[in-house]
Design a protein around this ligand. Structure first.
Ligand SMILES: Nc1ncnc2c1ncn2[C@@H]1O[C@H](COP(=O)(O)OP(=O)(O)OP(=O)(O)O)[C@@H](O)[C@H]1O
Ligand SMILES: [Mg+2]
Length: 499
């Protein structure tokens, strides 16, 4: 069974195709215009998108959908339906990444064949995605960069709660890394080998969100043609990540509260509840306290979720991390294109450091990505940055030189926990300098200023324990065996009780 997003302005067409696909056991999300399509691409993560080329006869919205699907949900394949049959539009759609196209009018068999081909293709893609996720899993912590004191405080908290089952509320502006933290919490917990299930609560209308989260019984409402398990069920043994929790409708808030209290879910239309063992992580960029005060968010749920709050500081309040983030993102990008590592000029770095980054780390990442594409060589200049960022460039005295800025080695939690403010830690020119071992983690990361030997040893030990757990897919018995310590000792040390 696949999740299929269907977009066509002809209602009868949508109804017909929906019926056919549902009869084949697929889950179909039909749309007759662009409203909600973008959100659905990210929120529902469809396997397949079937879209009409022209939604209102004026503009080829279908092409926009292909572009968005490629950008927002790359595993999804897109099949374009065209009523015009012009070779150009079909070619354009394929060029933009559509998998196939169907000309109206088409026979049902043609539709079915096309879909089955697209789905076998997506299955292969998904296998690839799973392999990539495996990689991500290995790198849970080290991908989060931040050396300044504010991120260090975050890391200390993240590491302390990762190994627990505590509900965590992750707060912060858009693009500050909330999902990154949620993933790190999951993959570094004992649940790491079980599913991590993210859901954006603002992406779906209330009734869809309800059935998505809790599942439904056949016949519970019009369109519920099959029994369906919800995401809480899918996340059993693992973690559910409720993103943009502040937008959750009141009725669902009550249901969620019940799940948190009783640790069981009842599908829509079901009379019996099922036990689930799911850790809940939630995130929002809104002020939940204000929502509670204005009656939009349940106070009791707020307290339930807010057991451990982790607040991610906006990038403009931790500009000391910008150089390191630049090094981190450029390191990930350098390999592909020129073979040479990308660098930034000193003026570019000064500009990046001065911009207030309302979109935070995501905006910085996108700006660098764009610069890498636009730049005519491996040295990124101010002119390669987005215009809004360029505004913050220091005056050019004509010496925007050939010299690359010196960037500090990207510092994540692996060394972050040791270092105090460590932008001073071994600045090297370029990327991955002598002080790093192969891969992301430094061999023996040294704090910028001398700290007590006891603290240094403790932090190193904790990093190594986490490394052992990551290597053994969080299997504590196996980790203890490899470390040649007892399981009880491992638990004691993980709980920070190592003195
Ligand atoms: N500290 C960091 N180190 C490295 N990369 C980061 C960091 N913070 C964020 N990023 C990157 O920035 C992008 C946005 O991060 P993420 O999706 O976690 O943000 P978010 O807070 O969930 O945003 P939103 O509220 O818009 O959903 C991702 O590509 C992520 O990898
Ligand atoms: Mg997010």
């Amino acid at each position: 069974m696949a999740k299929i997003l269907l977009v066509d302005d002809e209602l009868t067409m949508v109804q017909m195709v929906t019926e056919v696909l549902r009869a084949e056991g697929h889950e179909v999300f039909p749309f007759t215009n662009m409203n909600g399509v973008t959100e659905a691409l990210t929120g529902m993560r469809p396997d397949l998108v079937i879209t009409d080329l022209y939604l209102d006869k004026t503009k080829p919205h279908g092409l926009e959908i292909v572009r968005k699907a490629r950008a927002l949900n790359p595993p999804a394949v897109v099949v374009m339906i065209t009523g015009f049959g012009t070779v150009e539009s079909a070619v354009e759609a394929m060029r933009m990444g559509a998998f196939d196209y169907l000309e109206k009018p088409f026979k049902l068999d043609e539709l079915k064949l096309c879909i089955s081909r697209a789905l076998s293709y997506t299955a292969a893609l998904q296998e690839n995605v799973q392999l990539k996720q495996e990689l991500k899993r290995q790198n849970g912590f080290s991908r989060i960069i931040g050396a300044g004191e504010s991120m260090q405080a975050v890391f200390r908290m993240v590491e302390r709660v990762a190994v627990t089952d505590a509900t965590v509320l992750i707060l912060g502006e858009s693009g500050t890394g909330k999902e990154l933290v949620a993933r790190a919490l999951h993959y570094n917990s004992h649940r790491g080998a079980k599913p991590f299930v993210p859901i954006n609560c603002s992406a779906l209308p209330e009734n869809l969100l309800e059935s998505e989260l809790f599942g439904h019984r056949k016949g519970a409402f019009t369109g519920a043609v099959n029994d369906k398990e919800g995401l809480f069920h899918d996340a059993d043994g693992g973690t559910i990540f409720l993103d943009e929790i502040g937008t959750m409708p009141a009725q669902l808030q009550s249901r969620l509260l019940r799940v948190l209290q009783e640790k069981e879910v009842r599908r829509v239309g079901d009379t019996v509840a099922q036990q689930v063992d799911v850790r809940v992580l939630a995130a929002t960029n809104e002020c939940l306290e204000n929502l509670v005060q204005s009656g939009k968010f349940r106070e009791d749920l707020y307290y339930r979720l807010n057991v451990v709050p982790i607040t991610l500081p906006p990038l403009r309040e931790r500009r000391e991390d910008i150089g390191m983030l630049v090094a981190h993102f450029l390191k990930l990008k350098s390999a592909g294109r020129t073979g040479q590592p990308f660098r930034v000029t000193r003026r570019t770095l000064a500009t990046l450091t001065a911009h207030p980054w309302p979109g935070n780390v995501r905006e910085l990442e996108n700006a660098l990505e764009r610069a890498c594409v636009l730049s005519d060589g491996p040295l990124l200049r101010v002119a390669d940055l987005p215009p809004v960022v360029q505004k913050h460039a220091p005056a050019d005295d004509g010496s925007e030189d050939q010299q690359a800025a010196e960037l500090a080695v990207p510092t994540g939690t692996a060394i972050g926990r040791v270092a105090g403010p460590s932008s001073a830690a071994a600045p090297v020119s370029g990327h991955g300098g002598a002080s790093t071992a192969s891969g992301d983690r430094p061999a023996v990361p040294l704090p910028a200023s001398v700290i007590s030997l006891k603290r240094f040893a403790r932090e190193q030990e904790m990093a190594y324990l986490n490394h052992a757990l990551a290597q053994t897919q969080q299997n504590k018995e196996e980790a203890a065996r490899l470390l040649e310590i007892s399981l009880a000792t491992l638990y004691r040390k993980l709980a920070g009780d190592g003195e």
